[in-house]
Write a protein that binds this ligand. Sequence first.
Ligand code: HEC
Ligand code: HEC
Ligand code: HEC
Ligand code: HEC
Ligand code: HEC
Ligand code: HEC
Ligand code: HEC
Ligand code: HEC
Ligand code: HEC
Ligand code: HEC
Ligand code: HEC
Length: 422
Amino acid sequence: MREKEGKNKPLVLFSMVFSFLLLFVFGLGEGWTKNSFCLECHKDPTLKREDERGRTISLYVNEGEFKNSAHGKLSCSDCHIHIKDDTHAEGGKKKADKRVNCGSCHKEAEKEYLQGLHSKMIMKGTERAAYCHECHGKHDILPSKNPKSKTHKSNIDQTCNRCHSDIEFVREHALGSIIPGEEFKKSVHGRSGEVTCISCHGSHNLRSLIDPKSTIFRSNIPQTCGGCHPEITQQFVESIHGILAARGRSDAPTCTTCHGIHGIKAKVDPDSPVHERRIALTTCPQCHAAERISKEYRITTTPVKSYYESFHGLSYKGGDTYSANCASCHGIHDIRPSTDPKSSVHPGNLQKTCGNCHPGASENFAKGKIHAIPSPKAEEIGDRIVGWVKIIYIVLIVVVIGGMVFFNFTDWLRKTIERRPK
Ligand code: HEC
Ligand code: HEC
Ligand code: HEC
Ligand code: HEC
Ligand code: HEC
Ligand code: HEC
Ligand code: HEC
Ligand code: HEC
Ligand code: HEC
Ligand code: HEC
Ligand code: HEC
């Protein structure tokens, strides 16, 4: 045994020198030996510490995950710039400054991020506002093209909802009742796999809904949806509603007034707020039957009332799906006042509009006032006659029934007086 060892001495020496050289070139040079220095302690899954509030924090770093991450080639100290040795391990006196500055290498992303709300909330000291690693991870960061990445489009909703669908979190941050989690997953967007939270909110520079630069600021919503629904948005911005919405008026409908926000459904879904059975019952009447809105904008609530009394309205309420609802005559995203020659209810276009369902409708057929309620003051002679007849009818009813009551009353009075003992 001893002899053998002695014989191989030069070989052992050589291999030791060689492996040191290898380590130097491929190890130290790449920083990986330094990482192995840190990992000597931090690859231990049981390494923990307690924070100020007494919660245990794991100090375990998964070596394999880190090596496979986008930063696998970096040295630990490239991010943990204040930690270059193990003096921090004692804790207490020499507390580790664990702040990691991603921006030193990702200037573009940081610049965008600093304009957004999440960074502003951190500066205000909000606990749990999202810093880079809350969305990207710490030691397992992958390019967002990678399906395993926390920022891959199939995982983004989970990444955001870790905070935004945590009920306690939502309450603490006074975020109203908006909990997009399940609602979004079931929506037509959530199910498409194409649309994620960042399609509407952006990722780094996302802003609050009260910030005029925000994609979800009221008057910017049509443009936000328009990124994917360009034709509808084009029609909408030229419509009477769109013009009013662009002025930021809260009474003007915008995309989300009619469709909802995170739970948008297909129009054929019976639960959709714009399903054809709802259009003439809630979608349009929510405003056009509201006294406050009609007073403020000097539009009348007559159309809704008269529609319900019309043949169209009566059969619509009865469940006839072929009958006309508000949108059949007015359009949906391109609604214009009847005085606008481009309006589907402009006198010049009515023959065509009615003709969609009444083939061969004549000019005369389309002539009558659609929303007129018969009254002596109505514009059309026919409505005036019907209006007068209605009034005469009411007067007759009052006179006949009133006369009868009067006759019975005096008769009863006479009889009571006669029966009184003298
Ligand atoms: C001798 C073992 C050991 C070595 C080597 C070591 N650490 Fe630590 N590390 C610890 C211990 C123990 C703590 C917890 C200290 C405390 O209680 O505050 C810690 C804490 C940390 C923390 C702070 C975690 C937190 O949330 O407070 C970071 C970051 C860290 N180490 C990174 C590194 C890096 C980078 C290296 C290599 C340069 C390294 N460590 C080398 C044992 C070690
Ligand atoms: C891409 C930058 C980056 C690199 C490289 C990196 N870390 Fe970290 N590390 C982070 C971030 C970000 C945090 C979370 C900081 C915080 O909580 O404020 C973190 C936290 C930690 C913690 C605290 C425990 C935890 O999970 O929060 C330890 C320990 C740690 N790192 C050790 C290491 C070691 C060891 C290496 C090298 C193998 C390393 N880190 C490499 C970014 C990095
Ligand atoms: C020391 C410089 C440095 C630091 C600090 C750093 N990164 Fe990186 N990061 C890189 C390099 C280098 C790459 C790899 C780029 C490549 O492969 O083209 C990378 C890749 C990425 C990627 C993948 C996207 C891509 O372009 O491939 C993301 C996401 C990322 N880093 C986020 C972060 C986050 C979040 C932090 C902070 C926790 C951070 N980085 C800290 C240097 C750094
Ligand atoms: C609210 C979540 C969130 C925060 C916070 C966040 N990011 Fe991102 N980041 C994303 C998403 C989602 C993407 C991918 C989609 C995209 O391109 O917008 C992304 C993309 C990136 C990319 C492009 C590379 C890639 O993988 O596509 C880099 C680099 C990056 N982020 C770095 C950072 C840095 C640095 C910070 C902190 C200053 C940060 N991010 C903060 C969500 C976030
Ligand atoms: C189709 C576009 C769209 C998508 C996709 C979307 N949002 Fe929204 N989100 C909006 C709009 C528009 C508002 C503004 C609502 C309002 O005006 O009240 C909003 C509001 C919010 C708010 C603010 C709530 C408040 O009261 O301040 C949060 C938080 C939010 N969304 C998170 C998310 C998350 C998380 C996801 C992904 C699961 C997501 N959103 C997906 C359009 C979208
Ligand atoms: C670590 C927790 C966290 C994560 C992850 C996170 N956020 Fe936030 N987010 C916050 C906090 C905190 C606020 C600020 C709430 C407040 O105003 O107090 C906020 C605010 C918002 C707002 C603005 C709400 C308003 O005031 O109108 C939107 C929109 C938003 N986040 C969307 C997202 C999206 C989209 C993602 C994913 C890409 C995401 N958040 C990921 C914590 C988080
Ligand atoms: C006044 C209410 C209202 C407003 C405002 C509104 N919509 Fe609609 N939208 C509807 C109704 C009603 C339907 C269903 C039409 C039907 O049954 O054919 C619809 C249908 C749709 C469809 C499905 C179209 C199809 O043919 O499959 C999309 C997409 C859509 N709207 C997007 C938008 C966008 C984007 C905006 C904002 C620019 C918007 N909507 C504004 C009421 C509205
Ligand atoms: C990133 C692209 C994108 C954005 C932004 C977007 N959508 Fe969509 N939207 C889609 C896709 C894709 C579908 C089709 C899903 C399917 O049919 O499976 C869809 C479907 C719809 C539908 C259902 C159409 C139908 O079949 O009846 C409505 C309504 C709708 N979107 C409204 C909106 C509104 C309102 C906004 C803005 C708040 C918006 N969308 C923003 C991509 C987008
Ligand atoms: C959020 C409330 C709201 C909803 C929902 C709404 N509207 Fe309006 N609409 C208005 C307001 C406000 C005006 C007045 C605009 C102006 O005068 O600039 C208006 C104007 C109109 C006009 C023109 C009136 C005139 O006198 O010039 C027509 C026609 C109209 N809306 C039809 C509809 C139809 C059809 C629907 C359903 C598909 C609908 N609206 C849904 C609020 C609404
Ligand atoms: C059969 C077609 C038809 C239906 C259904 C219909 N309208 Fe009209 N609407 C018209 C025509 C035509 C006018 C033009 C003026 C008139 O005849 O009173 C008009 C006028 C209006 C006006 C007055 C503004 C203007 O442009 O002159 C409003 C507001 C209105 N309609 C809303 C509605 C609402 C809300 C519904 C559903 C409850 C509805 N309409 C259903 C055809 C229709
Ligand atoms: C979406 C299809 C549709 C449109 C558009 C439409 N109608 Fe009708 N209309 C019907 C249906 C269906 C009935 C039968 C209703 C019933 O059961 O009484 C009807 C009935 C009528 C009647 C009762 C007499 C008859 O022919 O049964 C008149 C009058 C009428 N419509 C006029 C109009 C005028 C004027 C317009 C244009 C301003 C118009 N309609 C637009 C579907 C439509």
